[in-house]
Design a binder for this molecule. Structure first.
Ligand code: ADP
Ligand code: MG
Length: 528
């Protein structure tokens, strides 16, 4: 019933069923269509990862399974590539005023669209799906590195976008951004509501959770009492027990949730001039959808979109005090395990993948283990003073490139879907309301047969006008309560304001339409 909860999760507006069953035949919307040359796409939209000089670690892609990292398989092997890989991009930020002041020079630079090259040793270079130079806008980064993850999530395919890099390299700028340069999270939320508006044939239910992993402890940023939460596993994968989820009704709702969450974060200073975040944060959008209208109730999909701002990947030797050193070792535990897990995933022969070795990898297990889409945006500074750390980031990015994912759509085939539950509840409440309106059902006669009811009604009529009056009032109250419940439930389900019944979810919402998402516009009017 409304208000109960599955998996002991806490919800502000509702209970939640994160139940999901995975469709065995997975669509692969971004899989390569055919043979590729060494310089063409590793997926249909990106140039493949490849080294451009013999001195550089050579990355190749195989058609059958991922190849070991740093193998020296000839580049022609890439022509066999048929499987979808993780998207790995590198984003340079401009030299900061601080770096310029201390005389930093350019040590690494973007050589074209897909290569990072070392300024001092040009034979050292790495190839990625895409490399963004320092002038690239976050909007462009989003379009290339995140948009397909978001549109996939709207179709039921889990997605994870994370920003990896040292402190001050641009992770938060990329994921959260600022007012004048919104990051991946606000752009994704805007797209999600745009897609809902462009998909009149389906109705959606959106929930948000926001957590941090600090010193290997998971804390709920939407509920400060949710500390040290545990990761559990069931048939559908891993989940955080007890995490609060907020149902969101409009894009404007999300920034306020994040801002409130940020207040609860652990931050620390590992440099006198630098306030850096000491925790990984994960913003999760859970998306449920089902056909709207005639086909109501069929094929409900549920997917999760994880947008992750990792803590700085710098080595712990920069940590000075005891506490910071402890933090550093925990931070490295999560990031090192992420590195290990990713390189094991790339090694087709690895039998044990140590997801359980860190909270981050355990939390990401479902996404990393091959069902979802992954995009790694590695942020780097071109500065010479950070050259070694940038090189480490590039190596990490290079290893990540070999993760093979088989994106699959999550379909909910049973009754545990929250959206389905709401739909059923709404229709049974409507039925109840109709009965009440017809005067066929009294509060105290629900189980009576028609005959008994007749006798009862007769008795009641005989009991006089006063009693009848009070019963009418009771019925009015019950009717008002039912209508209130119908309205509350209906408000949680989002549908397009368009009339067309197309059930196809567009890959990209049109940007010419009006983006006015006042709540009264997006709230479904299905009771009318
Ligand atoms: P991180 O989260 O990796 O520690 P931040 O995102 O906080 O780093 O970035 C550090 C500083 O650099 C911030 O002042 C940010 O605005 C700036 N910055 C980062 N990336 C860019 C970029 N691509 N263009 C312009 N400024 C950037
Ligand atoms: Mg940051």
């Amino acid at each position: 019933m409304f208000g109960s909860s599955y998996r002991s999760q806490r919800h502000s507006a509702s209970s939640v069923s994160p139940f999901r069953s995975r469709k065995s035949q997975a669509p692969k919307p971004h899989a390569s269509k055919g043979p590729l040359t060494s310089s063409s796409a590793s997926s249909s939209r990106f140039p493949s990862s490849h080294a451009t000089a013999p001195a550089a670690p050579t990355s190749t892609s195989s058609g059958v399974r991922p190849l070991p990292v740093y193998s020296t398989v000839p580049e022609q092997a890439e022509s066999c590539k048929i499987k979808e890989n993780v998207t790995v991009t590198v984003r340079f930020r401009p030299l900061s005023p601080r770096e310029i002041n201390k005389g930093d020079e350019i040590a690494w630079y973007a050589d074209g669209d897909s290569i990072v090259r070392n300024e001092h040793n040009p034979s050292v270079s790495y190839g990625f799906d895409r490399v963004f130079g320092p002038a690239t806008t976050t909007r462009h980064v989003y379009d290339v590195a995140a948009e397909h993850i978001i549109s996939g999530a709207m179709k039921g395919i889990d997605g994870t976008v994370f920003a990896y890099g040292v402190t001050s390299s641009g992770k938060t700028h990329t994921m959260h951004g600022e007012q004048k340069s919104p990051g991946v999270i606000p752009l994704a939320v805007k797209d999600v509501f745009g897609i809902i508006q462009e998909t009149p044939g389906r109705e959606f239910l959106l929930r948000v959770s926001y957590l941090e992993i600090y010193n290997e402890v998971i804390n709920d940023l939407l509920d400060p009492t949710g500390q040290n939460l545990k990761i559990r596993e069931d048939a559908e994968g891993t989940y955080v027990e007890g995490i609060k989820e907020e149902v969101v009704l409009s894009p404007a709702h999300v920034p306020s949730l994040i801002a409130a969450g940020e207040e609860h974060r652990h931050v620390g200073s590992n440099n006198i001039n630098l306030l850096s975040s000491r925790s990984h944060t994960n913003f999760t959008l859970t998306i449920e959808s089902s056909p709207h209208g005639e086909n109501e109730g069929e094929d409900v999909t549920l997917s999760q979109l994880h947008l992750i701002d990792l803590t700085g990947s710098e080595s712990s030797k920069t940590e000075t005090t005891g506490l910071r050193r402890k933090e550093g070792s925990y931070i490295n535990k999560s990031l090192l395990t992420l590195g290990t897990v990713i390189s094991k995933l790339t090694d087709g022969k690895a039998t044990h993948i140590p997801y359980r070795d860190s909270k981050l990898t355990r939390f990401l297990q479902s996404s990393l283990s091959g069902h979802g889409r992954i995009s790694v945006i590695c942020t780097v500074t071109p500065a010479s003073s950070n050259s070694e750390e940038t090189h480490n980031t590039l190596k990490f990015a290079h290893r990540s490139k070999h993760v093979e994912v088989k994106a699959s759509q999550n379909m909910i085939m049973d009754e545990k879907s929250l959206i389905k539950k709401y739909q059923k509840e709404i229709s049974s409440l409507k039925e109840e309301l109709n009965q009440l309106k017809l005067g066929m059902m009294g509060n105290s006669y629900t189980n009576s047969s028609a005959e008994e009811e007749y006798v009862n009604l007769k008795l009641q009529l005989e009991a006089g006008q006063v009693k009848l009056q009070s019963r009418l009032e009771e019925e009015e109250e019950a009717k008002a309560a039912l209508m209130g419940r119908i309205q509350r439930l209906t408000k949680l389900i989002l549908v397009s304001t368009k009339n067309s019944m197309s059930t196809n979810i567009p890959d990209r919402p049109s940007y010419h339409r009006h983006h006015s998402f006042r709540e009264d516009e997006i709230i479904s009017k299905i009771t009318q």
